[in-house]
Design a protein around this ligand. Sequence first.
Ligand code: NAD
Ligand code: TYD
Length: 359
Amino acid sequence: MSPSNAPGPLLITGAAGFIGSCLVRQLIGETRDRIVSFDALTYAGNPQSLGQALDSDRHVLVRADIRDAEAVRSALTTHRPRAIVHLAAESHVDRSIHGPAEFISTNVTGTLVLLQEALAFWRELPDAERAAFRFHHVSTDEVFGSLGADDPAFCETTAYAPNSPYSASKAGSDFLVRAWHHTYGLPTLLTNCSNNYGPYQFPEKLIPLMIAHALEGRPLPVYGDGANVRDWLYVEDHARALRAVLERGKAGETYNVGGKAERRNLDVVQRLCEILDARRPAHAPHARLITFVKDRPGHDRRYAIDSSKIERELGWSPGESFESGLARTVDWYLDNPEWVRAVRSGDYQRWIERNYGAR
Ligand code: NAD
Ligand code: TYD
């Protein structure tokens, strides 16, 4: 195939973050795709997470903000992507409680800017490219609100009921994507996934934070009674789900993606402690570090995802069990102290003091 009619690259926003970088590493490692990583490199974005992609001639990193319409336009007209996969966001619930404005700005206004620029670009494409183009928006199960212990899991038709500034901002962006499809015909795809875990996750989220604290002999801060439930999805499985939706999903549709691994937070932390006891027996038992702290305001009790639509229609299902995924994750953090050290400098210490100092 000559370069002039080769398929365009994928433009991935938020590519230097936890999930985006996993998707980029997987695509560079397993396909012939060309990738444009578009990322503002906030505290949560780290080029090192892109791994072998940084040395690939099929990859470029554009450091820019999704709220900057000119930068988005320039990336689209320069690289002419066949699809946009939109992951860039402020993503941490606790930070959204302390500073909601940045979440509305990036997650809602940023998505608006991206949609407008994508629409203008898409409208000018030749027929065949316009038909093939996709705008894939990556969202969360948190837009559906909180479940009781016996409620059925969230499905694609569950009503939205966001409870935190983070989930409200993601719900707002989801509604914009829906509207841009219905009003302007932009060929969108939307996925709502459950809590991800795995290598390269910023150590402000539950699992990497607990691993980092346990290795330093510091308290493991469990919010409230520790009985809140999350449905854990291994990040590599999520990246495969995104690829399945991008390649085979139907424009205008939404797909829920879950890990079939509902666990109480306290059980997750205890299991982490057991794995660390085996890896670092001199410091066992790590569970002595578990400390119950003041609950998160508005803390959602339970999330659970019904993934039957993506399983039935696109043939995707999670491959990693929670037990093996958690062990792999711990081992990655034990093997990569340099990555952890680099991302925990500067602003990170101030965040830990702000979120945990008063609990
Ligand atoms: P992350 O916080 O690790 O990474 C976010 C990335 O976006 C970073 O690289 C950051 O630099 C970039 N970014 C932030 N603001 C930007 C801006 N204005 N312009 C350009 N880039 C910007 O997040 P993640 O965990 O990888 O999540 C990715 C997406 O998946 C988010 O949209 C999030 O809402 C969604 N999601 C995450 C989870 C999860 O468990 N991590 C679950 C469900 C949905
Ligand atoms: P988190 O990783 O922040 O993801 P989310 O809030 O998007 O689900 O938190 C996962 C769960 O762990 C959530 O119920 C809050 C809880 N949690 C703690 O108990 N202690 C902590 O220090 C953190 C960061 C989270």
